[in-house]
Design a protein around this ligand. Sequence first.
Ligand code: HEM
Length: 276
Amino acid sequence: MINGTFTPSADAGKLSTAPHLNNPSTPISVRFSNSTGLPNIPDNDPNADPRGMAIRFHLGPRRHTDVIGHSTPFFPVRTGAEFLAFFQAIASSPPGGPSPSPVEQFLGSHPSALAFVQAPKPAPSSYAREAYFGLNAFKLIDAHGNATTIRYRMVPGLGVESLDSEGLKEKNVDYLQKEIETRLQKGPVTFRLMAEIAEVGDITDDVTVHWPDTRSLMELGSVSLETIVKDQVKEQKYIIFDPIPRVEGVEPSDDPILEFRAAVYLISGRERRSAP
Ligand code: HEM
């Protein structure tokens, strides 16, 4: 985990009364992660994409709000129940089993899951050179109560740089962790926190649906990553990110996956905290 600072853009406060979008700056903690949920999956594993970036904005004693993104604009399913069915299909499809396997059948009947699987998800050269997509829609609420529906996106200041499969094979099991540590010793790393702004008629309750590329992107602020958190292991074990904002000025959309995610992240985090 990394400590840093968020500085809002001049326009962010016009869209939302949220403290972190109005205060001059807010301390943050950021965790980069590999996919699958397997805590020790190597950085150079071809299944480690998409990568994750989770930002916690520290708003005061025991007050915080989070933004979570992963490194593809695709997501396989729309609901928690479908996600469970997807995992069950994967679990019951061992290599070499009869075809069509349960997972092949699932992909055949769920176009969004097929699109997620088929979308290129190349490994990044650095966690600092990847873009991360929030996917769920949220509502920013201004001082007059007006709502702007958005999706978050974290865009790297250094630009996106990917590896091909040959390049990934040459990397070590912890190349991303080591790279970000070394990079931060030389100075801060920045991301722009962007809001993709919905237009009338855009679907806001389904993570599998893309909004047209023509939607405007507004910069909400600058994310500066500065130092590696001391006592890394303890902090990593303790933090539980929350997909629901729970702060004035930002409201969840009516996306059914949000409540489900929040409940599951809590269960997962509590198990991690109580693990030996
Ligand atoms: C039904 C939907 C989903 C389920 C069941 C689910 C499940 C989980 C679980 C159990 C964790 C571990 C949380 C922890 O132990 O603290 C997690 C982490 C994560 N999820 Fe999801 N997830 C869902 C949807 C999404 C979506 C739509 C995104 C896209 C942005 C996403 C991105 C992430 C990321 C980046 C992390 C790592 C966060 C961290 O550093 O703790 N998830 N997810």
